[in-house]
Write a protein that binds this ligand. Structure first.
Ligand code: NAP
Length: 262
């Protein structure tokens, strides 16, 4: 394993930001990320976690969630895949994908069980989970079982996702609930009636922290210390993210990313 891979910074999507194939290792392009691209190549059954979210910004709750999912479901590792242009957030500004990637990489650095992939940020257009799951399923052999981990509020809308029947076929789902967020039995039954979704629910106490809480604090100039890893906090401070007068280039639609069109 190279130094870049060890600190989680070597993960690229299939295409570099400029559209050129991402050269990794011995000239082979990374498909998901170098650290986990070879998972399952020995033919043994293995589970891989895919942590999907906007991560605007990533925080301790997300990290604790990934760690607890890794333990609970016996995952070989967890790949964080920040969304490019989230399908259900076309009406609001989201921090530039490259900056959210940078924060994710800073957050997981040093944890050999975690990595970050730019698969979705590099893909043009609206981000649909089905495209990501297809890319992952095409890459990994059948002995790799994919667990898509996300917030329960996102997963509970799964029946409305683009090509939801295909989504159900391609992965299992781990829905993380916040304290006080109850998923009722009638709701689970309703979801089951809408498709063959395999969803496991698990409560993550640390998810009492939310990205919106961090954004609100940053906007008011309050400290983010202990809410997100220090390297992430430093990026937020250095770039002036989430301040009321945030630089235009930090926000999708206001800088280097093209405005979203519904
Ligand atoms: P999100 O706003 O990032 O997350 C929804 C809720 O879950 C928020 O409360 C969020 O808290 C929490 N959360 C986010 N990521 C989490 C994670 N990995 N583990 C635990 N909690 C998490 O939702 P989103 O970005 O729209 O969607 C999440 C995932 O679902 C993404 O991968 C997205 O691509 C997929 N999705 C796909 C479709 C589609 O294909 N049409 C539609 C919707 C969602 P914080 O605010 O604190 O992060």
């Amino acid at each position: 394993m190279t130094g870049r891979e060890q600190d989680g910074r070597g993960c690229r999507g299939a295409q570099g930001a400029a559209g050129a194939p991402a050269a990794v290792g011995e000239g082979r392009p990374a498909v998901v990320c170098p650290r986990f691209d070879g998972v399952g190549s020995d033919g043994a059954p293995v589970r891989l976690g895919i942590m999907g979210g906007t991560f605007d910004p990533i925080h301790q709750g997300h990290l604790a969630c990934a760690e607890q999912a890794r333990e609970a479901f016996g995952l070989a590792g967890v790949v964080f895949i920040p969304t490019g242009r989230p399908a259900f957030k076309r009406d609001r500004a989201v921090t530039d994908g490259a900056v959210r990637l940078e924060m994710c990489r800073a957050a997981v650095a040093g944890n050999p069980a975690f990595a970050v992939s730019s698969l979705e940020v590099d893909r043009p257009g609206i981000t649909y989970a089905v495209d990501t799951l297809r890319a992952l399923r095409d890459h990994y052999p059948a002995n790799v079982e994919l667990f898509f981990i996300a917030g329960a509020d996102a997963i509970l809308s799964i029946a409305r996702w683009h090509e939801s029947a295909e989504v159900a076929r391609l992965a299992r789902f781990a829905a993380a609930t916040r304290p006080g967020f109850a998923v009722t039995e009638p709701f689970k039954e309703e979801l089951a009636s809408r498709g063959a979704f395999q969803v496991d629910y698990f409560e993550v106490t640390a998810l009492a922290i939310s990205s919106s809480y961090l954004r609100e604090r940053a906007a008011r100039g309050l400290s983010l210390r202990y809410l997100t890893p220090d390297p992430v906090r430093e990026i937020i401070e250095a770039r002036g993210l989430y301040r009321l007068e945030a630089p235009a280039a930090a926000v999708a639609g206001g800088g280097k990313e093209a405005p979203w069109t519904p």
